[in-house]
Ligand binder design. Structure first.
Ligand code: GLU
Length: 466
């Protein structure tokens, strides 16, 4: 049983890289029947927002990455952290430091001038006189000698010498505890066995290991996953399009496609591309994650999304599709959309594209594309055909696909016309050129009166061109 956690800071959008980390944590927990914990790291009160927390909760819920137990909010645990810090000071594991920002800056400059790596020089490590008017920070007494070694599950063995590390701050001068402190307390108290996170934290890990040791906690295992790059080789950011996970929902991607895409981004299982959730859980192992950065490829995500759009049942697709219609301000009845949906599953790469392609069902064409007009609305002939068809349809009692098909076929035969001669103007008149299923099916997606109205509109249009 491996307990993992996802510990985002709610200081911006939950982006796709964070989601991949969450997915890896979730898979690793599910695989071993362990718990997947969620912790909101909101110690930075200036930059943390409720909106950002909500995106994290909504994003994970949308993807089905459900966490076990309560969500932990670090901001609600300040008293607890402060108590531990007070105890550490008592035990000589941490100390107050009254250095001002200017003093630290001067320290750094002098070190740089001597060609040394800038770091805190330990001025208050062995005590010192409080400076009046200065609120002290609290620093951890990092060991002065020896090395920190850990076995990273992605990167392999990592060793850092303690003289590379300085006495880092665990409590700011305003009394708030810092990330490097809280993360250790929480991972230890939550019983986390494996910490999976972005490799931007790799330099923090040796400091945290020293803290674990000082506090007598068991040290978890670590896996630092590489970052995700955009297709230009730069770190994935807003410039590359949607990065907020909920933007993908709004753009009409399916959770299963996102998860499948992300699991393969930096991990592989032979050359398999499509994974069910069960397969992901079965095959995934954090130690098989590649240590090189992965490159985001929107085309591949779209390809996977198309695959899942084809595979999913209409019951699964209908609600998110209705949501797309609402966002596009298209009013379409649930039943109608569901009826049309099966004819569009093969065609679209996203639900948004699907909804756009179905717009004609709810909204009569406002114009007809020039090229299509040249082909389908050829003078008196096509207007006569549309008029005849309108009359044929008007007489139908049940306006449904099979009978529509028969009526068109009879008309084509009786007038000795090619099917296209009749089909093309009919289709353009009702869809305005939008992608649509077989003609009789398309016609049956509309009410009879609506079809007749659209045919008459087209006739008027053709007449006006004369
Ligand atoms: N809160 C940190 C972040 O969002 C993650 C810390 C961790 O996973 O240890 O970058």
């Amino acid at each position: 049983m491996t307990d993992t956690r996802f510990a985002p800071s709610p200081t911006g959008d939950l982006h796709i890289g964070g989601v991949r980390t969450a997915l890896y944590c979730w898979l690793q927990a599910k695989k071993t029947h362990g718990n997947f914990r969620l912790r909101i790291e909101d110690t930075d009160q200036q930059r943390s927002t409720q909106a950002s927390t909500q995106v994290i909760l909504d994003g994970l819920a949308w993807l089905g990455l459900h966490h076990d137990g309560e969500v932990i909010y670090q901001s609600q645990r300040f008293t607890h952290y402060q108590q531990i810090i007070a105890k550490m000071i008592e035990q000589g594991l941490a100390y107050h430091c009254w250095c001002s920002a200017e003093e630290l800056e001067a320290m750094r400059e002098a070190q740089k001038a001597r060609g040394e790596k800038p770091r805190y020089n330990g001025k208050y490590r062995n005590g010192g006189t409080p400076v009046e008017g200065v609120n002290p920070v609290v620093r951890f007494k990092n060991p002065l000698s020896g090395v920190v070694t850990f076995e990273d599950k992605v990167r392999g063995t990592i060793t850092i010498s303690n003289n590379e590390l300085d006495d880092f701050i665990i409590q700011r001068s305003d009394g708030s505890p810092t990330y490097n402190f809280c993360v250790v307390i929480d991972d230890a108290e939550q019983g986390i066995d494996l910490v999976i996170r972005g490799d931007d934290h790799i330099n923090n890990t040796p400091k945290q290991i020293n803290l674990y040791q000082a506090l007598g906690y068991e040290i978890p295992e670590f896996a630092h996953v590489p970052m995700i790059l955009g297709d230009d080789g730069k770190r994935l950011s807003k410039r590359h399009g949607a990065t907020n996970v909920l933007d993908y929902r709004n753009e009409g991607y399916l959770p299963q496609a996102i998860l499948n895409y992300l699991v393969r981004l930096g991990w592989s299982h032979g050359d398999q591309e499509i994974f069910s959730l069960e397969e992901m859980i079965d095959y995934f192992s954090i130690k098989d994650v590649h240590s090189a950065a992965a490159t985001f490829n929107t085309e591949k995500l779209r390809w996977l999304n198309q695959h899942y759009l084809k595979e999913s049942s209409p019951e699964i697709l209908i609600e998110p599709l209705m949501q797309q219609f609402r966002m596009l301000d298209i009013q379409i009845k649930h039943e109608k959309a569901k009826q049309a949906l099966i004819h569009y599953q093969e065609r679209a790469k996203t639900l948004k594209e699907m909804a756009e392609n179905m717009r004609w069902i709810a909204q009569a064409p406002q114009h007809y594309p020039e090229k299509a007009v040249k082909k389908a609305f050829k003078g008196a002939e096509s207007s006569q055909i549309l008029d005849d068809m309108a009359n044929e349809f008007a007489q139908m009692t049940e306006f449904e696909a099979d009978s529509i098909h028969k009526i068109i076929e009879q008309y084509v035969e009786a007038n000795n016309l090619g099917f296209g001669k009749v089909g093309q103007p009919l289709r353009l008149a009702i869809t305005g050129g939008a992608p649509s299923p077989d003609l009789h099916i398309s016609l049956a997606l509309l009410e009879k009166n609506e079809v007749i109205k659209r045919l008459n509109n087209a006739i008027a249009y053709i007449e006006s061109m004369k």
